[in-house]
Design a protein around this ligand. Sequence first.
Ligand code: FAD
Length: 310
Amino acid sequence: PFDVLIVGGGPAGAAAAVYAARKGIRTGIVAERFGGQTMDTMAIENFISVQETDGPKFAAALEAHVKAYDVDVMTLQRVQAVEPAAAPGALASVKLENGAELKARTVILATGARWRNMNVPGEHEYRTKGVAYCPHCDGPLFKGKDVAVIGGGNSGVEAAIDLAGVVRSVTLLEFADQLKADQVLVNKLRSLPNVTVHVNAQTTEVVGDGQKMTGLRYKDRVSGAEHQLDLAGVFVQIGLVPNTEFLRGTVELSRFGEIIIDAKCQTSAPGIYAAGDVTTVPFKQIVIAVGEGAKAALGAFDHLIRQPVV
Ligand code: FAD
């Protein structure tokens, strides 16, 4: 069996693998796609000590760092279920979609998250060519330009406030008849001179010139009128969905489906740890995910050395 088996090969899983392997314990990593969300990223400019890189380059570096150690790397494999150890000292089981079953003393869940899409024409085509999801990551790319934010919940309103300080103007579009964000955030938003809010606004299309996006179309759900906005970018803020569908009933999840962890990244199940975007850790970023991955590996190691000698 593995001493530590990691599920997920993004920044959190890769960091956990390096930290576990450096303890000289048997370490494995199962991932559908090494690199995780970073594979979909153009420029990465906020990973401290690396001024600028791109997603595929960053993902290749993660993989090379893991492979420099004695780690059993299993890619293109999806995990279907995890069963925590039935009793202290017993083994956890990790079942793959291909039917294989792996046994481990500790498991680290690092399956990340995915941004919810609008599913309108042009969104996919202009992804990273104007269509963005992360204001902390991509906000500065739109300095002095006009952008929109889709979604009037806390993340949309926070994004609009954040972007208003960087870009020329922000138009926030909300589908419902009012903003759902906390009142303090809405008040702050309303106080900003370069922000316009449209409620009852249903985004219908991202338009572009074939190279990059140039605007958005939306429909006023009350009057039925169609509108077009000229924009350099749009930040889609309608939810970040943690990849925990396969963990229902295994570990405790928050109401958003995130794995609840303690300060050492332990979940509600002894021996099962979790790290990165899939957890309740606030602020989903690469630099945070790698820190959490390191913490989870050290937490798992701490758990292993406390197991009774058999
Ligand atoms: P992920 O990167 O999501 O990795 C999850 C891993 O789990 C993947 O290997 C996946 O294949 C695997 N997996 C999922 N389910 C299963 C399963 N059932 N079985 C097996 N494997 C599974 N952050 C920054 O700090 N700076 C940026 O500039 C930046 N730009 C971004 C741009 C875009 C377009 C996006 C989408 C995100 C960006 N982020 C950025 C956020 C950053 O990518 C994430 O915070 C980070 O990747 C989270 O790491 P993670 O390891 O927790 O999860």
